[in-house]
Design a protein around this ligand. Structure first.
Ligand SMILES: Nc1ncnc2c1ncn2[C@@H]1O[C@@H]2COP(=O)(O)O[C@H]2[C@H]1O
Length: 238
């Protein structure tokens, strides 16, 4: 049994390092953190330094060498991610799309996604999704507006945000008809492309699904808000 109350501060630091090592690995295995982000190498760096400090009381070279090697690899990982991110360029439009639609997606993943789609200027009347027909593309409306109709009734307006996010990954029937209402700037990527990216890149798959689910959630909250709002009183007529 370990008597924690008799441990020196350095030995306690060593135990904390072990907790961080195991915690970081568990979070990675359970999908709570990404392997290609800053968090995993940063946790490993701190863990290795703490365990190294813990060795001061009972130093042995093999264990110390392992921690030094681990710390060096972690620093290398952090620097590599930093250089990778700093080399990526995003246009102003892309930056706005990321800020609104993909805020938590890693920059390399977002770059990869944006490289696979096109920006289009859509005229009023352009149909983005047709109710009941399979959704073939995911759109992100940056500027302009689109009308959302279901069963012939207008149910919402989209000024900025995703269109087709609910069914594009399954190529399932669209839940509504979305028609461009005023000249719009739209980013479009095909569902086939998204599915093949998702199959080859688990991080992309989980990150995209988080963002698409977030968009759907916001739309549901907005729809609930509208439904629960008191019916508007008709204009007064003299
Ligand atoms: N209530 C709503 N508010 C805003 N957008 C909607 C609403 N209902 C459906 N949509 C959009 O219309 C799209 C039709 O295709 P999807 O079902 O894939 O995804 C849907 C959403 O992007």
């Amino acid at each position: 049994m370990i008597a924690f109350d008799t441990l020196t501060p350095l030995a306690l630091a060593g135990f904390l390092g072990v907790v961080l090592y195991v915690g970081a690995y568990a979070m990675l295995a359970f999908g709570a953190i990404r392997g290609n982000g800053y968090v995993y190498p940063a946790l490993n760096l701190v863990a290795s330094l703490l365990v190294l400090a813990g060795l001061a009381d009972a130093f042995n070279w093999p264990a110390a060498a392992l921690q030094i090697g681990w710390a060096a690899i972690s620093v290398f990982g952090i620097v590599r991610i930093y250089l990778q991110n700093s080399r990526l360029n995003f246009s102003e439009e892309e930056q706005t799309l990321i800020a609104y639609g993909l805020p938590r997606m890693s920059k390399p993943t977002a770059r990869n996604l944006l490289n696979r789609g096109v920006w289009v200027n859509a005229e009023p009347g352009t149909i983005l999704t047709a109710e009941g027909e399979c959704v073939t593309h995911l759109h992100f409306m940056l500027h302009g507006s689109a009308a959302v109709k279901s069963g012939g009734a207008e149910i919402a307006e989209i000024k900025r945000g995703f269109v087709g996010e609910m069914n594009v990954m399954e190529a399932a029937p669209a839940s509504a008809t979305v028609t461009v209402a005023e000249p719009s700037r739209i980013f479009t990527v095909s569902g086939t492309t998204l599915r093949s990216l998702a199959e080859s890149d688990a991080d992309f798959a989980s990150s995209l699904s988080v963002h698409l689910a977030r968009s759907t959630k916001e739309k549901l909250i907005e729809a609930n808000r509208k439904l629960s709002a008191p019916a508007r009183t008709p204009d007064h007529v003299d």
